[in-house]
Design a protein. Structure first.
Length: 191
């Protein structure tokens, strides 16, 4: 088999990056469409509905089941291990094609799918705490690095992130020109 030239290697690497970028972009768009569906259908629960015991509109499971958190896996009894394994198998069967993450509420054992089940709203206390943290965290411009990102739509945008990152850290970014979520194909740190 003939050796590839440096140009051919670079072309293949660029094609792999673009292919990976398109797959990540499609997954991000899939999640974005699901969030829009939740909003259009009124699928999201209010905090009051969650506390009143209304089941998740995505999967029908309770958000707060009253069973408490699972003990650490190393400390499960035999009965708890069987229950835990059954809950994991049930979740896997219900969400085998979702490609989503799992989430649950503190104090509850019910598992919810990050793709099918809209996340619960933050409590007033959480919102206050988050607001305090965000208002207090204005980054020093000297601590930021500018990155030039090329997106799958071929638009180029300049964005900033903390200079301690040696490489760009997110896979997708909103393109202001297209008004779409796009995958980052290349990221170049600017001087």
């Amino acid at each position: 088999m003939a050796q590839l030239t440096e140009e051919q290697k670079a072309q293949r690497a660029a094609a792999r990056r673009r292919s990976s970028a398109l797959a990540a972009e499609e997954d991000a768009l899939r999640h974005e469409r699901k969030r829009q569906e939740w909003d259009a259908n009124g699928t999201r629960l209010t905090r009051d509905e969650i506390e009143a015991g209304v089941p998740c509109h995505g999967c029908g499971q309770p958000i707060i089941d009253g069973l408490g958190d699972w003990p650490p896996l190393m400390k499960l009894t035999e009965q708890e291990t069987r229950e835990y394994d059954a809950a994991q198998a049930d979740f896997a069967a219900r969400h085998k094609d979702c490609r989503g993450y799992r989430w649950s509420m503190s104090g509850s054992r019910a598992l919810h799918c990050g793709y099918c089940c809209p996340p619960p709203p933050l409590s007033e206390r959480q919102l206050e705490r988050l607001g305090t943290l965000l208002r207090a965290s204005r980054p020093d411009p000297a601590e930021l690095r500018t990155w030039r990102l090329t997106l799958t739509c071929d638009h180029v945008i300049d964005v900033q992130q903390h200079k301690s990152h040696g490489q760009w850290t997110t896979n997708v970014r909103h393109c202001p020109t297209c008004d779409q979520t796009r995958r980052v194909v290349t990221a170049e740190a600017q001087p």
